[in-house]
Design a protein around this ligand. Structure first.
Ligand SMILES: Nc1ncnc2c1ncn2[C@@H]1O[C@H](COP(=O)(O)OP(=O)(O)OP(=O)(O)O)[C@@H](O)[C@H]1O
Length: 354
């Protein structure tokens, strides 16, 4: 069943999500906006997070080494697990207990589509606006070599097939709390979605992961938050990102290209948020994991839970802490979607930090 959220929710002008207002220059303004958002959240339904992006079947083959040209090797096993940055981020947001729609495309002739749908539904993601298209699902063949090195072959499949945004999706976008994008679907779709959201006053977050290469200026100019890791930041700007000062300078260059704020993921070193032009950067250390088992999907978990926390009215430092706790839990377990923590687990870890 498709729910008409717009009819149930306050207009964008009257619901103060933290995104655009966090850029306000007066420090008290941020606190009052966060408090105002919390007050509204207790009395009205939450505006949903809309994740538009990729969903992949990850076929994982453990091998001793890569085959040479012309050689045939045996893999010890084959496992199919749900993945794709869009799906991972939608799952992370929904596992945090926030109402989340995933707008993505499944290959209707692909038996893996059922597995992917069921994994997302199991995390609480609303798939009522997802599409089935001809051909295979997006698929990643992951050659997992002894020693932990990965070699990956991606089949774009349904993620890269033609997209057509229905009227229902357009309506949903116009009354969302925020829209979350990545770079594993055609850039033209991201541009269309971002422009629709921006026109409706809906914050747009882009995780820079996915395809390499420059981001179109018309997409950059729609972004409330751009979130690269340090490698993506270096590629996007052509600047070094080896030191914190260099990271800051590169992030500032992105802001001068039209992005409102930049959230850089620094792996085990944590993250750095530049909240807006002329505002002080906020540094968040990673929350140390007793044992790091698998960092796959940590970035997806971090970006999505940061978006959730801001939508819930948390001020930027608390939103960063929330996302760091979620990502820290994620690296303690194997897998991407399978390692995403629940809301309760995140809150328990945050409480233990105090
Ligand atoms: N070893 C770790 N211990 C604790 N937290 C971690 C660790 N690695 C990553 N994190 C958390 O996860 C966040 C995102 O990680 P990272 O910077 O590796 O993202 P990414 O490169 O986009 O990841 P991926 O592409 O694997 O999804 C970090 O900002 C940090 O909070």
């Amino acid at each position: 069943m498709r729910i008409n959220f717009c009819s149930k929710l306050r207009s964008p002008a009257s619901l103060h999500t933290g995104f655009p207002k966090l850029a306000a220059s007066h420090p008290n303004r941020r606190a009052s906006v966060a408090a105002g958002a919390r007050e509204i959240m207790t009395t009205t339904p939450q505006k949903p997070l809309i994740v538009v992006g990729s969903v992949n079947a990850d076929l994982v083959l453990p091998i001793d080494r890569l085959p040479k040209p012309g050689e045939t090797l045996a893999a010890a096993s084959i496992e199919t697990v749900p993945g794709g940055k869009g799906a991972n981020q939608a799952a992370a947001a929904a596992r945090s207990g926030y109402p989340t729609f995933f707008i993505g495309q499944f290959g209707k002739d692909d038996p893996n589509a059922a597995l992917l749908r069921s994994a997302l539904l199991g995390c609480g993601v609303d798939l009522s606006h997802a599409q089935d298209v001809a051909g295979p699902c997006g698929t990643a063949l992951i050659l997992l070599q002894a020693g932990g090195e990965n070699s990956i072959i991606i089949v774009g499949g349904a993620n890269q097939a033609a997209w057509s945004l229905s009227d229902g999706v357009k309506q949903l976008l116009s009354c969302a709390g925020a829209v979350l994008l990545q770079r594993e679907i055609p850039e033209s779709v991201n541009i269309e979605v971002a422009q629709l959201a921006k026109a409706a006053g809906v914050p747009v977050v882009l995780d820079a992961g996915g395809v390499e290469g420059p981001i179109a200026p018309e997409l950059l100019s729609c972004l409330t938050v751009l979130s690269p890791n340090e490698t993506e930041l270096a590629r996007l700007t052509g600047l070094p990102t080896d030191t914190e000062d260099q990271v800051r300078a590169a992030a500032e260059q992105l802001m001068s290209a039209g992005v409102q704020s930049v959230l850089v993921k620094l792996g085990s070193e944590g993250s750095l948020l530049l909240p807006g032009q002329g505002q002080t950067a906020i540094r968040q250390q990673a929350i140390k994991a007793p044992e790091v088992l698998d960092t796959t999907g940590a970035g997806d978990c971090f970006t999505a839970t940061y978006a959730v926390a801001v939508l819930e009215g948390k001020a930027a430092p608390q939103a960063l802490q929330f996302a760091s706790a979620a990502a820290s839990l994620c690296v303690r377990r194997m897998g991407a979607m399978t390692s995403l923590p629940s809301r309760g687990e995140v809150e328990e870890l945050l409480a233990a930090q105090q």
